[in-house]
Design a binder for this molecule. Sequence first.
Ligand SMILES: NC(=O)c1ccc[n+]([C@@H]2O[C@H](COP(=O)([O-])OP(=O)(O)OC[C@H]3O[C@@H](n4cnc5c(N)ncnc54)[C@H](OP(=O)(O)O)[C@@H]3O)[C@@H](O)[C@H]2O)c1
Length: 250
Amino acid sequence: MNADSPTASSLDGQIALVTGATRGIGRAIALGLAQAGAHVIACGRTQGALEALDDEIRGLGVASATLVPLDLADGDGVDRLGGVIHERWGRLDVLISAAGLLGATTPVAHLDPKVWDQVMAVNLTANYRLIRSMDPLLRCADAGRAVFLTSGAATSPRAFWGPYAASKAGLNALAAVYADEIEHTPVRVAVVNPGPMRTRMRAQAFPGEDPMTLPEPAEIVPLILELLDRERAPAPGVVSFPQWTSARTA
Ligand SMILES: NC(=O)c1ccc[n+]([C@@H]2O[C@H](COP(=O)([O-])OP(=O)(O)OC[C@H]3O[C@@H](n4cnc5c(N)ncnc54)[C@H](OP(=O)(O)O)[C@@H]3O)[C@@H](O)[C@H]2O)c1
């Protein structure tokens, strides 16, 4: 992607919170937003990976980052983050919710309750807490945008993916409810299914798969930039990256 590409958009001066920014899709989006000029508030638990991202963003020479080591299962921590963003910037232009985990792939009847709770905490409850804490800040922006990363498993559940599929189905419903609630504000919501991507989560889910057959996370950045366009509302429902790609190349 470069500044002249048809899908590039300038996010100069925008404040963008990205969860899951330490690796995979969230990291690629964080870099893409920084490249488009946004100040990225990068969130994840792995301090070293946040620092490596910060180095890479500084290296771009166009934007900066604020690093937030945070376990998203800590709802009070999410509230504190909202308070800090309010104090420092008074608004949030972009929320990208990319953090997620697969959890154990095992029959529901055999599932450890701790795994269920952990997956629900990060994939579903954290999104409720993010909406709760960030909605007032998104409303303070000219055209706040919230993008949630879902999965095809939400609507096509498969055996052994119980907590992941249920949490993503819950996320789809939660995001749709939120989108309906803020219809009369300038805030807009997008839900994106990235499809299979070359990340640690995918490798955990399909260990026998050749990762080189999968798209790199950076390939989703033009779609995300398109969804952040202030001039047009994102399409309702779930936006499928594979379908978006096919439509562009058809
Ligand atoms: N890759 C795919 O093929 C695919 C397909 C469909 C949907 N998705 C969705 O796309 C999103 C990104 O997935 P990915 O493949 O990029 O996954 P990934 O490479 O495993 O990265 C997951 C990210 O989530 C963060 N995270 C996990 N637990 C967390 C917690 N408790 N608190 C804070 N951050 C946490 C991780 O950061 P730390 O470990 O540093 O905290 C990491 O940055 C997910 O929502 C996933 O469900 C991915």
